[in-house]
Design a protein around this ligand. Structure first.
Ligand SMILES: [Zn+2]
Length: 281
């Protein structure tokens, strides 16, 4: 090896070392840890990953809240649109047979929300309306089945059903048995609105193997803002205590206002909003 050759080798090595140094400095700069050696940088990076993992529990779920909004189908306006734009999962319960029913179902799906049928069922009070849809305890199984199939055809977007009124029909084992068997065939769930304390809805669905759940709190039986807030507080405490709480409200302006105001706060507090389909079992 002559001296000019070894000079070339030394120059070559120096360039390589210089290159390594520069690239190291660049890496260190990038990591903003110029004072540390490459080994400690590696450790620091690992620490950083661990720190991120350690922080995950702080964003853990305080409770799950399911918001079901009933009586869609009557309106298609700024109020009904407002529920679709709440930025959390909203289960939209649509009464079949109204002018806006199937139109609103499509709109809700397009907005990424969940649609269920809000099935008119016989009440102990003689309430008028939806007479050609209402399931009555005096009906034959064939009549009930026919009405069920008609509404499932009208709102094919629906993944489940809950009851509109129904303080009489939901206590009737035969009615709920037919409702359950049709839902089972179509793989839909049943959410018991619990308009009667002696409802057999949930028990019948469990017997038939239909996914089911129950409403815990009605949000707006009293439509005053103050009362809706109080009912929402109850729903929140149920969610904290039980892990899951299902609240039913109605497509009305005050309910929308309260939810608009409080949902972002509840999300910040760690509550997770879910569709009813995620909690039925
Ligand atoms: Zn209703």
């Amino acid at each position: 090896m002559n001296s000019s050759h070894s000079k070339k080798v030394i120059i070559g090595l120096s360039i390589a070392v210089l290159f390594l140094l520069i690239s190291n400095i660049a890496t260190l700069r990038k990591l903003d840890m110029t004072s540390r050696s490459p080994e400690t940088v590696l450790e620091a990076v690992t620490d950083e990953v661990e720190t991120i993992e350690d922080e995950t529990p702080s964003t853990s779920i305080v409770g799950k809240i399911v918001l079901v909004i009933d009586d869609f189908g009557y309106r298609n306006d700024a109020v009904s649109d407002g529920f679709l734009a709440l930025n959390v999962p909203i289960t939209c319960a649509i009464i079949p047979g109204h002018r806006q029913s199937s139109e609103f179902a499509k709109k809700a799906i397009a907005a990424g929300q969940e649609v269920i049928i809000h099935m008119p069922m016989e009440s102990t009070l003689n309430t008028p309306g939806e007479d050609e849809y209402k399931l009555r305890s005096g009906m034959t199984s064939e009549e009930i089945e026919w009405r069920m199939n008609e509404v499932l055809k009208e709102i094919p977007e629906a993944v489940g059903m809950n009851n509109h009124q129904g303080s009489k029909a939901t206590t009737n084992g035969k009615v709920m048995g037919v409702v359950g068997s049709v839902l089972k065939k179509h793989e839909k769930y049943f959410l018991d609105s619990r308009t009667a304390s002696n409802t057999v809805g949930e028990a019948t669905m469990r017997q038939l193997g239909v996914p089911t759940a129950r409403r815990h709190v009605f949000l707006d039986n009293d439509p005053e803002v103050e009362k809706i807030n109080a009912q929402l507080n109850t729903l929140v405490s149920v969610a904290k205590k039980r892990g899951i709480a299902i609240g039913i409200g109605h497509a009305k302006p005050n309910t929308l206002e309260v939810l608009k105001q409080r949902i972002p706060i509840l999300v910040n507090e760690g509550f997770q909003f879910e569709f009813a389909s995620k909690v039925v079992e």
